[in-house]
Design a protein around this ligand. Structure first.
Ligand SMILES: [Zn+2]
Length: 445
């Protein structure tokens, strides 16, 4: 059995990973708010914790890991965007969520076991607020339900902020309905024309923090193994998730907290005004998903990463080398120990990539292929990698989308849909090859 060690943000130290139940290891990652294409910074946690998912499946068995990544489809930004564009909230969020899921698959990450949506969990949210009010941790004021921070003795355990920092960091607006400046919103009122749901406290909508607590409770349980996300979520988002869940359940919420570092682009914070703002969707039009993913894994996940087009090009060249070496070679049936050991050591992807480079010779090409495919790389045929030669009338990225749809259909045991997609690709002159480690395509002979 491989021993996994994880740097736990809560303990500020690396600890051996011991799951609550090895037959059902549970991990949650905060997903996107869906109102636009996501940027490359949003793809970092997806790529990094996909590796964690793969490692856990390797160690505990693929049927013994549940990975949930949510879709936040209630948020004021969504309402503003829908109004600006004159579209319904539902059509905006559904389109953006679908696009996000497709782009993440094209990035070569596995589909999570569950992708719950906030709008599907209103009853759970109302129930949790009722519990918090009954237990004296929340109060109703002026159509709002507020979490009363002073009611929780160890509030701030994750971020370790002082009370002054808590207040400043919460970007607290002075509001007459607050008992205390640090209190945060669980529920806020919606006007007639705003998105809202009926509740015992009137028409309104939930706060973002509450959404995650309730999706975790419903799908993964009161105490989970791993909760992960970007470092910018530690406070207030994750701190407040802890407050809600622990005060309503009276149990530890999360055993291991993992946070990835910041991503800059060309040495600067990404911003539309600097012209260094890259969406994953746009990058995938110009670059291979595998090269993009590898660019996100060359730095250790807790370190900051400076992203650039040059990085993608460098990783494309690395993959070119690996593809050439493994052309026509069968992947070994076991994954190289050095790769697993590096990943088990707090997800040391740079060390795993160095281990793959060390295997990049003719003698060990089978091991290279096995290790790379474990990370979701080298999954294309050499033809499609080097020539990108989609037959006329269909683009390589359309093919990738259809392959991703077919994988989804097969996972859902919808074999008539998966056959339909295969037939459609065949009629476009694309042949599929299903292997142990994924599906590749080539131009049909
Ligand atoms: Zn969250």
């Amino acid at each position: 059995m491989v021993d996994i060690h994880i740097y736990n943000t809560k303990a500020r130290t690396k600890q051996p990973f011991e799951p609550i139940d090895p037959s059902n290891v549970r991990m949650y990652v905060c997903g996107p708010t869906v109102y636009d294409h996501v940027h490359i910074g949003n793809a970092r946690p997806v790529a990094v914790f996909d590796v964690m998912f793969r490692l856990l499946r390797h160690v505990y068995g693929s049927d013994h890991v549940t990975y949930a990544r949510n879709i936040t489809d209630i948020e004021d930004k969504i309402m503003e965007r829908a109004e600006r564009d004159g579209v319904s909230i539902k059509s905006l969020t559904e389109r953006c969520a679908r696009q996000y899921q497709t782009d993440m698959l094209k990035l070569g990450t596995l589909e999570p076991s569950l992708q719950p949506k906030a709008t599907e969990h209103l009853p759970e949210m109302i129930k949790m607020m009722k519990t918090l009010i009954e237990k004296g941790h929340a109060y109703v004021a002026d159509g709002h339900v507020m979490f009363h921070v002073a009611s929780m003795e160890n509030y701030g355990q994750l971020s370790r902020h002082s009370r002054d920092e808590l207040i400043a960091g919460a970007r607290v607006e002075v509001a007459p309905y607050k008992k205390d400046a640090a209190d945060f919103v669980l529920w806020k009122p919606s006007s007639e024309d705003q998105m809202g749901w009926s509740s015992p406290w009137g028409k309104g909508r939930p706060g973002w923090h509450l959404e995650c607590s309730c999706m975790i409770e419903k799908h993964l349980g009161e105490t989970i193994d791993i909760h992960a996300g970007g470092q910018d979520l530690i406070f207030p988002h994750h701190e407040n998730e802890i407050a809600q869940s622990e005060c309503s359940h009276g149990a530890t919420f999360v055993n291991y907290w993992m946070h990835n570092g910041y991503l800059t682009v060309d040495g600067e914070k990404m911003s539309k005004s600097l012209g260094n703002f890259h969406t994953v969707h746009d990058l995938l039009k110009e670059h291979e998903g595998e090269a993009l993913k590898l660019s996100l894994l060359v730095a250790h996940y807790r370190q900051p990463i400076d992203f650039s087009i040059k990085t993608i090009q460098e990783q494309k060249r690395r993959l070119d080398r690996w593809y050439r070496l493994t052309d026509g070679v069968d992947a070994d049936t076991t994954i190289p120990v050095a790769v697993i050991e590096a990943l088990a050591d707090d997800l040391n992807t740079p060390r795993a990539i160095a281990a793959l480079d060390a295997l990049a010779s003719d003698d060990t090409a089978g091991a290279l292929k096995a290790g790379a495919q474990f990370l979701g790389l080298l999954l294309k045929s050499n033809d499609s990698w080097f020539k990108g030669d989609a037959p006329d009338g269909i683009t390589a990225s359309e093919i990738e989308v259809l392959i991703a749809d077919r994988i989804k259909a097969r996972a859902n045991k919808d074999f008539s849909e998966s056959d339909r997609i295969r037939n459609r690709l065949e009629s476009a002159g694309v042949a599929l090859e299903d292997g142990a480690s994924g599906t590749t395509w080539r131009k049909a002979d």
